[in-house]
Unconditional design. Structure first.
Length: 381
């Protein structure tokens, strides 16, 4: 697997800790870091779903895995002291709104105290120089104006998951101000991403996996909040932002140690039903012999924000990050991954995922994005 000189080539040979590496987003990030030549250490519980991308793509074959829970401060500290990472990407979280309603105590314990434990372990160690804490667009208090949320908007949350992520942002700010700022030479930033989609997501009560299960089983799809607007983006979009942010935290922590939004262009934001329609059309294009099962509008009593839009002006202007994929291409890539999974008896999840990473790198280079400046035309898996 070739390793191109991306992100300033800072990850080659560097030990990087990824918490939550067995999850959907953590698996994509771990594979990309392996491709970049990093020595990847993962700290996580078992994969949260079965199937899981972590198992399907044999992500663990190219890294060190530590079985652990971020709610256990001693285990977190021991892992950092044992492996001495210089960069930490903290993704371990309870990441579903509906699970937050069903398990509020666990959600707050994992998302808030788990972050406290990771940052306190960094405080008690001397090896870490950069840390990116991944939160969400839902950390913001909902607003009535039809505009994108920017980093200076008020934090808040009317459901347990959203509130836990708002509290996580306060934890990050407190540790940055008190312990991990320039005085220690540690760059600490938070990354607020929108709704990510991509191959290998098998979570329940998440739109694309529910679509895939409906299509594969030829059963009706239940859709809640069909008119809700979300900042949908391919998982590689925010991951590129996290990796670039980590590189900048190593080289210029005072500039990068802030909160940053990562989302799609606002003219690419779609409703839930629009995403369903696009995905089902892309699926049929790949599998034209199949008929489409019906879509049912499900009613539920739990609160979800009607519209969520992210303003990414700051990160585009100050860090040079920008989205690479439009809405149509995003959905096509996701449908291609799942379509191959459904069609091929010998489906190679690792190869498929890495091929999409390579394609994304090339598209970023063609757009002239600063983190992709050294992608060669011969880059390959």
């Amino acid at each position: 697997m070739e390793s191109p000189d991306l992100f300033g080539n800072v990850y080659r040979g560097r030990t990087v800790l990824v918490t939550g590496h067995t999850g959907f987003k953590g698996s994509w990030l771990s594979l990309w870091l392996q491709r970049l030549g990093a020595r990847v250490v993962g700290f996580s519980l078992d994969p949260p779903t079965s199937p899981s991308l972590f198992v399907q793509a044999t992500v663990g074959d190219g890294m060190v895995t530590v079985d652990g829970d971020v709610r256990d401060p001693a285990a977190v500290l021991a892992t950092i002291r044992d492996y001495e990472p210089s960069v930490v990407f903290h993704l371990a979280a309870q990441s579903l709104v509906l699970d937050g309603y069903e398990h509020p105590s666990e959600t707050f314990a994992t998302n808030v105290m788990g972050t406290v434990n990771v940052l306190d372990a960094i405080r008690l160690s001397s090896c870490v120089h950069a840390c990116v804490v991944v939160t969400t667009d839902k950390c913001y208090r909902p607003i009535a104006e039809p505009r994108g949320l920017h980093e200076m908007d008020r934090l808040g949350g009317v459901d347990p998951y959203s509130a836990s992520k708002a509290a996580t942002e306060l934890v990050v700010e407190a540790f940055r101000s008190s312990f991990l700022g320039p005085i220690r030479g540690i760059g600490l930033a938070s990354a607020r991403a929108g709704n990510v989609v991509g191959g290998g997501d098998w979570a329940h009560n998440r739109l694309i996996p529910d679509c895939v299960r409906s299509l594969a089983a030829d059963k009706p799809l239940d859709v809640r909040a069909p008119s809700a607007i979300r900042p949908w983006q391919h998982v590689l979009e925010p991951l590129a932002g996290y990796l670039w942010l980590g590189a900048l935290l190593l080289n210029d922590p005072e500039r990068a140690a802030q909160a940053w939004n990562f989302g799609p262009p606002q003219d690419q934001e779609l409703s839930v039903l629009e995403v369903v329609t696009l995905f089902r059309a892309a699926w049929v294009a790949l599998r034209p012999a199949e008929s489409l099962p019906p879509v049912n509008i499900a009613h539920h009593a739990m609160h979800e924000t009607a519209e969520l839009r992210l303003d990414t002006t700051k990160v585009m202007r100050e860090l040079g990050w920008a989205p690479v994929l439009g809405a149509q291409k995003t959905v096509e890539m996701v449908a291609s991954w799942y379509g191959h999974w459904a069609s091929l008896d010998d489906f190679d999840a690792r190869g498929e995922t890495l091929a999409q990473i390579v394609d994304y790198e090339m598209r970023a280079a063609q757009r002239g994005l600063v983190w992709a400046e050294h992608v060669g035309q011969g880059a390959r898996v």
